[in-house]
Design a protein around this ligand. Structure first.
Ligand code: ADP
Ligand code: MG
Length: 407
């Protein structure tokens, strides 16, 4: 839940945590000091009252003055700042108090306040690692300084206690956070699946409706082109655009339908050779070399057309990542239980936060992209019992690796 985002639900949660924190803060502060400075000395027949020379009641009064400030800060919409304000105020007042009491006196330093333990132990309710570190390091630093100033060994005990409590708080905090992460990722997964299911249904329906009008549109455009022979300006563009719509429709049909693969034994190299024969002329025009690096020869049980589409998608992506030209390497290696094919480019690479979004339909960073290519490829590969893994380094290149089982 860190970094803190201004989301109304999160703000509400933070306000709840702050209220709980404030209540317990004062509930602990008052009775604790009363017991330590009045009840305990009374029963031990020593002098009662707050330590001589310190801030006395002003220590408590000032801490109570923080309350209106906290309420204003919460009302202004910054509830996440309240805990830091309390910590800063507490450590400041406590240090001043200690300096006033012990500076120049021969009294031995009396170890810390229960509120320090409270701060650390309750830090997990804010589910913020930053706050945890700020207070743990803050209190440790305070004791180190006091230990140096007053040359007191008692701080060692306080430091040990802080360390011990911090470890407990850290464990709680980590558990909270990993629990939240798990729930978020389950939710994210569900959302993704739901989105896919809806898109699947819509896609199949729409794609079906579009396919027939599209093919007659293409037929008539070709006829018209023949009639108007000589006009080479617009027809090629129109036909090209119709082909593009057709490609999108085909992608959507693959995504929407359950397994449609018609599998036959095929040589993988032949499929890739075919794809290269189509793509290499385009690549040459864009200063891109495509290297096929085959170490094995293997027969797969697969749908030839679907695998062709996968490699067209991947090689096109690789080429589009290298507008200045470069080399695409297609490497085929055998793996213990199957075959591994990598399409490696030297292109722009993918940012880590984008990498997470690649599973989403229609996610694209290209002006004329449709964001379906990778999804379609992944679906086809998974329907072949394999998987597709993307590794990328920003500015260095991308490696899309496919694992496919061999019968
Ligand atoms: P499209 O190519 O239509 O954008 P894809 O599903 O094929 O859709 O790819 C989605 C996005 O993934 C691309 O827009 C691009 O940002 C990123 N991507 C895919 N392959 C590569 C690659 N080889 N190098 C860099 N980015 C890539
Ligand atoms: Mg693509």
């Amino acid at each position: 839940m860190e970094p803190f985002k201004k989301n109304s639900v999160l703000v509400y949660e933070e306000v709840k945590a702050v209220k709980f924190f404030l209540w317990t803060f004062y509930i602990i502060l008052v009775p604790y000091d009363f017991i330590v400075y009045y009840i305990y000395p009374y029963f031990n027949k020593v002098e009662t009252g707050l330590p001589y020379g310190g801030l006395g009641f002003y220590f408590h009064l000032l801490l109570f003055f923080l309350l209106p400030a906290a309420i204003i800060i919460i009302k202004k919409g910054y509830p996440e700042k309240v805990k830091y304000m309390y910590f800063a105020a507490f450590i400041l007042l406590d240090t001043i108090n200690n300096v006033l009491i012990y500076w120049g006196s021969n009294k031995e330093f009396n170890s810390g306040h229960i509120l320090e333990v409270y701060f650390i132990l309750f830090s997990p309710i804010f589910v913020s690692k930053r706050f945890f570190w700020v207070i743990t390091l803050g209190f440790s630093l305070k004791y180190l300084t006091i230990g140096l100033i007053f040359q007191s060994a008692k701080v060692l005990f306080a430091l040990g206690l802080i360390l011990f409590i911090s470890i407990i708080a850290w464990i709680l905090l980590s558990r909270f956070q990993s629990y939240i992460t798990a729930i978020t990722s389950i939710y994210e997964d569900m959302r993704q699946k739901e989105k896919l299911a809806v898109i699947g249904q819509m896609a199949t329906a729409i794609a079906h409706e579009i396919k027939n009008p599209l093919s007659s549109l293409k037929g008539f455009t070709q006829l018209q082109q023949e009639k108007d022979n000589g006009d080479e300006q617009y027809y090629p563009i129109m036909l090209n655009e119709i082909d593009r719509i057709n490609a999108i429709v085909n992608d959507l049909l693959i995504l929407g339908k359950p397994n449609t693969a018609i599998k036959k034994p095929q040589k993988l190299e032949e499929i890739i050779q075919y794809v290269l024969s189509v793509i290499v002329p385009h690549a040459q025009r864009r200063d891109i070399d495509i290297i096929l690096d085959t170490k094995t020869s293997s027969v797969l049980l697969c749908d030839e057309n679907q695998l062709k589409q996968v490699f067209i998608n991947l090689i096109k992506n690789a080429m589009e990542a290298m507008p200045e030209g470069g080399t695409v390497t297609i490497r085929i290696e055998s793996q213990n239980s199957g075959i591994k094919v990598s399409v490696i480019d030297e292109g722009c690479g993918i940012k880590p936060d984008q990498l997470a979004k690649l599973g989403e339909p229609f996610y694209t960073t290209k002006q004329s992209g449709n964001g379906l290519g990778l999804m379609v490829s992944k679906k086809i590969i998974e329907e072949h019992g394999g998987n597709l893994i993307i590794n990328s380094e920003l500015g260095k290149g991308t490696d899309v690796t496919i694992y496919l089982p061999v019968p």
